[in-house]
Write a protein that binds this ligand. Structure first.
Ligand SMILES: Cc1cc2nc3c(=O)[nH]c(=O)nc-3n(C[C@H](O)[C@H](O)[C@H](O)COP(=O)(O)O)c2cc1C
Length: 196
C-alpha cells in the first residue's frame, strides 16, 4: 500500500534567514525528508511572515529552526510565537508533531532547544522522542581530525549533521502515527571521563 504524502513546514526563526548557518541544517533536513516522500515548504521568518494561517493549516508536521542569540531564539521566531498565540490549542497546532534544530557557536543552544520545545508543546504541538538537536561551531570543530589525521573519539558524543536523519525519521514516524523511533549514539560507557 502506498504511504500518503505528508506536508512538512520548516519554520526558520534565524536572523540569517535563507543564507545563514542554520540554512545548512535545513538543506540537510530537506534531503532526508525527500527520502520520506514528504511535501516540503520553508518559511524563513526573517524574510516573510505572511499568510501564516494557511501555511500552518497546510502542515501535518513541523521542523522549527533557529540560531542562538544571547541565549535565546531569533527575534523573527519570537515575533512568530507572539503572532501565533491566537492559534494556541487550535487545529493549526493540536497534536501535530514538531522537531526543533538549533545552531550556536558554543553555549546556550540546549537551553534554547528545551525552552522552544516547551513553548511549542504548550501551544499544542507534539514533541517526538529524539527529535531535537543543537549543532554548534564547537562540535563542528571537534569533528575535525587530530594532528595524526584520526578523528577525535570525543566527537562520538556530539550531535552531528548526520543526526538530522534521525530527527527527520522520528518526526515522520510521529506524523505517520507509527512507533518505530530511532536513537542516535550516546557515550554510555564513560560520560565522566576527563576532557581537560
Ligand atoms: C547577535 C548574536 C548573538 C549570538 N549569541 C550567541 C550565544 O549566546 N551563544 C552562542 O553559542 N552563539 C551565539 N551566536 C552565534 C550564532 O548562534 C550562530 O552563528 C548561529 O549559527 C547563527 O545562525 P544563523 O546564521 O542562521 O542566523 C550569536 C550570534 C549573533 C549574531
Amino acid at each position: 500500500m502506498k504511504t500518503v504524502k505528508k506536508n512538512i513546514l520548516i519554520i526558520n526563526g534565524s536572523l540569517g534567514g535563507a543564507i545563514g548557518n542554520t540554512s545548512v541544517l535545513i538543506e540537510s533536513a530537506q534531503k532526508y525528508l525527500g527520502q520520506h516522500e514528504a511535501n516540503i515548504d520553508i518559511l524563513h521568518l526573517e524574510e516573510n511572515q505572511n499568510d501564516l494561517k494557511n501555511k500552518l493549516s497546510w502542515a501535518d508536521g513541523f521542523i522549527f529552526t533557529s540560531g542562538t542569540y544571547w541565549d535565546s531564539w531569533g527575534s523573527p521566531m519570537q515575533r512568530f510565537l507572539e503572532t501565533c498565540t491566537q492559534y494556541e490549542a487550535s487545529d493549526l497546532f493540536l497534536y501535530k508533531p514538531a522537531s526543533v534544530m538549533i545552531t550556536m557557536h558554543s553555549v546556550g543552544g540546549k537551553g534554547v532547544l528545551s525552552r522552544l520545545q516547551g513553548v511549542l508543546n504548550t501551544m499544542g504541538l507534539a514533541i517526538p522522542p529524539m527529535s531535537g538537536l543543537v549543532y554548534s561551531l564547537s562540535s563542528h570543530l571537534a569533528f575535525s581530525l587530530n594532528k595524526d589525521q584520526t578523528p577525535s573519539d570525543f566527537s562520538n558524543d556530539f550531535w552531528s549533521l548526520e543526526d538530522i536523519e534521525i530527527v527527520v525519521h522520528n518526526l515522520m514516524t510521529a506524523v505517520h502515527h507509527k512507533h518505530d523511533f530511532k536513537c542516535w549514539p550516546v557515550d554510555r560507557k564513560d560520560p565522566q571521563r576527563r576532557w581537560l
